[in-house]
Design a protein around this ligand. Structure first.
Ligand SMILES: [Zn+2]
Length: 148
């Protein structure tokens, strides 16, 4: 699917896909960087996380908004697909700061409580072979489950 282009904020910012308010305009690293520099903040996630930890309200608001949007989208995907695990990775770093906490809080707070067992939300850094695993997974899914 194209979760990045699912609407996260109706009437939000224009997206490259032609729609407005896509998750990609709120919670992608490029959107965070763009919104941060537009607000006079550093565009680097680590620097934003540091500022947020020091109490910078602009950084806190931006990271909380982005993480919450991603978490809410994850909750919706969980309710549709009922996965056992949700894996959220980032190339070049973990999601241990405010962005990751807001994401996890929004996801866990918006999954139907009666949905049991709840999926484990795993965050981490992209490993060198993650892209190959992902491509192999897509190929295996298509050849094993969709070609019948
Ligand atoms: Zn879009």
């Amino acid at each position: 699917g194209e979760i990045a282009h699912a609407t996260a904020e109706p009437g939000g910012l224009p997206c490259l896909c032609g729609k407005t308010g896509c998750l990609d305009t709120v919670a992608s690293l490029s959107a965070i960087s763009h919104l941060a520099t537009r607000a006079g903040l550093p565009g680097d996630l680590e620097q934003l996380e540091q500022l947020a930890a020091q109490g910078n309200l602009g950084a806190v608001e931006l990271l909380h908004r982005a993480g919450s949007a991603l978490g809410l989208m994850i909750a919706q995907m969980v309710q549709i697909m009922d996965p056992q695990h949700v894996l959220v990775v980032r190339q070049g770093g973990e999601l241990t700061g405010l962005f990751g906490r807001a994401m996890r809080q929004a996801a866990e707070g918006n999954i139907l409580p009666q949905l049991a067992p709840r999926p484990e939300i795993i965050t981490g850094d992209v490993m060198a072979d993650s892209w190959a695993f992902g491509a192999a997974s897509v190929a295996a899914d298509r050849s094993l489950f969709r070609e019948f």
